[in-house]
Design a protein around this ligand. Structure first.
Ligand code: AMP
Ligand code: TRP
Length: 342
């Protein structure tokens, strides 16, 4: 069977997730959450998860983990994920994730895991001291996706390799058990913000865990902080060119143009055309104003939601119930295929 033919038997379904491991950044918003909202609609069934079991692959203080979990849920809701249209839940309430994760630990090969660049980057020279969970994490991520037979996964660039591994796991499972049970999921990595860079070093990704707060915009930053961070963002002395080609060797400048484009739903080409010849004294304040205009309503709605954690917990519990209704029969069938007596 061709891949296209084998894919068409699956309901178009989107799954994606964010780890509750510290504050959310503009990278999470533009590279993930904003795109999750855009995929909500008649074309797909959508599931959005707070992947708490992934967060604990590195140490998390229990109280902070609870807060961070509700904060990610609040960011989904405040950005426009509708818990009626999408299934919004946290991973640990659907025990099938961990169960399918174990099956996939027995499908994935050690050699495949050794090629995962994110583990190498995070572990650095201290690989021996990392948790076994951090190493096995991509196999749990494959379980998150395949537990729902998800056909599409919107993620930032940094997750591409993990979605490819998910396809490898699905293909090996299907091959070993002579079945077409799991789909070969498509990563959806598009738009100008698939890799938002650090504001102090345009060659590094903007992340929750970078050393200095000045290198990232947090979704909960206030207007003055956002303006200050963009004002102090590293750039070069030159004005903006009139084509994108002129930004080739200027990673910091390119990043700010891409952020502007993503926030204003334009192409980077359109932004360059509008601002050709502009200096940073003009572009940075315009960017800061735009970011505040887009983020302020989201962060104030997040704050409002976080004042009522019980309501967030109710939404997550209800979403988990709906997620289990899809997940349970798929795990059950997987167990049968593998030969586990039920
Ligand atoms: P994480 O915070 O690592 O759980 O990431 C959650 C989602 O946000 C994933 O889809 C990431 O690819 C995306 N993401 C995180 N940081 C960035 C960034 N700097 N640029 C684009 N996407 C990002
Ligand atoms: N690994 C992803 C990250 O660090 C988070 C994640 C876990 C995820 N499971 C997923 C993303 C399933 C998409 C689909 O960003």
């Amino acid at each position: 069977m061709t891949e296209a033919a084998s894919q068409s038997q699956f309901t178009p379904r989107v799954f994606s997730g964010i780890k509750p491991s510290g504050g959310l950044t503009l990278g999470n918003y533009l590279g993930a959450i904003k795109r999750f909202v855009e995929m909500q609609g008649p074309d797909f069934e959508t599931l959005y998860c707070v992947v708490d079991l992934h967060a604990i692959t590195v140490w998390q203080d229990p109280a902070e983990l609870r807060t961070a979990t509700r904060e990610v849920a609040a960011s989904y809701l405040a950005s426009g994920i509708d818990p009626e249209k999408s299934i919004l839940f946290n991973q640990s309430q659907v025990s099938q994730h961990a169960e399918l994760g174990w099956i996939f630990n027995c499908v994935a090969r050690v050699g495949w895991m050794n090629r995962m660049t994110q583990f190498k980057e995070k572990a650095g020279k201290n690989a021996e001291k990392q948790s076994l969970g951090l190493y096995a994490y991509p196999s749990l991520m494959a379980a998150d996706i395949l537990l729902y037979h998800a056909t599409h996964v919107p993620v930032g660039e940094d997750q591409k390799q993990h979605v490819e591994l998910t396809r490898d796991i699905a293909a090996k499972f299907n091959h070993d058990y002579k079945t077409e049970f799991f789909p070969l999921t498509t990563p959806v990595i598009e738009g100008p913000a698939m890799r938002v860079m650090n504001l102090r070093d345009g060659t590094k990704k903007m992340s929750k865990s970078g050393e200095s707060d000045m290198e990232r915009i947090n979704m909960l930053d206030d207007a003055d902080t956002i303006a200050k961070k963009f004002r102090k963002a590293r750039t070069d002395p030159e004005a903006l060119p009139d084509t994108l080609d002129g930004l080739k060797e200027r990673p910091e400048a390119r990043n700010l143009v891409d952020i502007y484009a993503a926030l204003s739903d334009q192409s980077p080409e359109a932004v360059i055309t509008e601002y050709a010849g502009a200096g940073w004294g003009q572009f940075k304040p315009a960017l800061a104003d735009l970011a505040v205009e887009k983020l302020a309503p989201i962060s104030s709605e997040m704050q409002r939601l976080l004042d009522d954690p019980a309501e967030i917990d109710r939404i997550l519990a209800r979403g988990s119930e709906r997620a289990r209704a899809i997940a349970a029969p798929i795990l059950e069938r997987t167990y049968e295929i593998v030969g586990l007596v039920r």
